[in-house]
Design a protein around this ligand. Structure first.
Ligand SMILES: Cc1ncc(COP(=O)(O)O)c(C=O)c1O
Length: 366
């Protein structure tokens, strides 16, 4: 629809509007000039796997063997799909968040698993409740997918909440795919807890991560998974025959981003934080919107139920009347109905203008 509306402001994007760090791109150019355009090892460039194993230890005190417990993937997307294909048997049940990132449900279905939807509702701060999760687990539940910081809600687990979910996974002998691609995008002293750090979790958790969000490298397609050797070897098998290896030059860029100054990430976060406050404050001033202040990622997920429209209808109305594109919450699952996702990965001035336009447009509904 965006293409049909001249001058529209696109707030649907799930990618930072920044350029990757200069020194990382430079490393890519140098690798290209040096002819590094051949296949990379199927599980990823060894220096990158070693660098990532060091990162896991530095950030979370987790030890992974770079030779067999770290796999470089084509973004977090391939990591999730490969994990589901590698782990599931037909009929296995998989707990997935609802609303949740759009790749989980199709991944489960393509792997012939059965999705079980864990509601993330506003009244519970968009966090999974122990009662819901325990009541949804059956003898066929094999995998639980968690995603914190969360897309689309921006919710982040506290230590206790993460520990409780981890305990359920241990007690019910489930594998956890913990999608932590927004791990570095947390605000105001909020801490992100890696699920693999909780008791009994290292051996049952696949930690999915990516360079896409942290270094604004979405188009370069470099992700990775940490996990115990037995699980990683199942993934590796699928990965090897689906993609052979990840783009070699992109891995040079990722390596330089990982090894170089992390000021880029701090600067990006500071700017996201400014925008987060702007969007949150302005939306709550508009009659009809109710918006929680998200603690992570770069989305807000306001409640739009007061407008009396479906989230799809509302997103369409805002697109036509205000020329502002948002994602209907229902695109992320049935529990997303009544919400829209607004990405603040757009320039501050653009966000100001979008909010002015939304304000003006919804007055017509009054
Ligand atoms: C929660 C979540 N996981 C995974 C991804 C996949 O990112 P990529 O494949 O670029 O690493 C995204 C992208 O939007 C996401 O929001």
């Amino acid at each position: 629809m965006g293409q049909e509306i001249p001058g529209c402001i696109n707030l649907t994007l799930g990618e930072p509007d920044f350029c990757p760090p200069e020194h990382a791109l430079e490393a890519g150019s140098q690798a290209a000039e040096a002819g590094m355009t051949h296949y990379a090892p199927t599980n990823g460039m060894s220096e990158l796997r070693e660098g990532l194993a060091q990162k896991a230890y530095r950030d979370y005190g987790l030890s992974y063997d770079p030779n067999c417990e770290v796999l470089i993937t084509v973004g977090g997307t391939e990591a999730i799909f490969t994990a589901l294909m590698g782990l599931l048997n037909p009929g296995d049940e998989v707990l997935i968040p609802n609303p949740g990132f759009v790749a989980y449900e199709p991944g489960v279905l393509l792997a012939e698993g059965i999705p079980t939807y864990v509601p993330l509702i506003e009244e519970k701060d968009f966090l999974p409740s122990v009662e819901d999760v325990t009541s949804l687990v059956t003898d066929r539940s094999r995998v639980m997918i968690l995603n914190f910081p969360n897309n689309p809600t921006g919710a982040v687990l506290s230590y206790d909440e993460a520990a409780t979910l981890a305990k359920i996974a241990v007690d019910r002998d489930m594998i956890v795919i913990s999608d932590e691609v927004y791990e570095k995008i947390v605000y105001n002293g909020t801490q992100h807890y890696c699920l693999a750090t909780f008791p009994g979790m290292r051996e049952r958790t696949l930690v999915v991560n990516s360079f896409s969000k942290t270094y604004a490298m979405t188009g370069l397609r470099v992700g990775y998974v940490y996990g115990p050797r037995e699980l990683i070897s199942s993934l590796w098998l699928v990965h090897q025959y689906v993609v052979a290896c990840v783009d070699n030059l992109a891995q040079f860029i990722a390596l330089a981003a990982l090894k170089g100054s992390q000021d880029f990430v701090k600067d990006m976060l500071r700017e996201f934080d400014r925008r987060r406050h702007l969007v949150h404050k302005r939306l709550n001033k508009i009659d009809g919107f109710e918006c929680q202040l998200p603690r992570g990622a770069f989305y807000v997920f306001p409640n739009i139920k007061a407008f009396g429209m479906s989230s799809e209808g509302f997103a369409e109305f805002i697109a036509k009347e205000a020329g502002v594109l948002t994602v209907p919450g229902s695109a992320f699952g049935s529990y997303g109905e009544g919400y829209v996702r607004i990405s603040y990965a757009a320039a501050y001035e653009k966000l100001e203008e979008a909010l002015d336009r939304i304000d003006k447009a919804v007055k017509k509904l009054a």
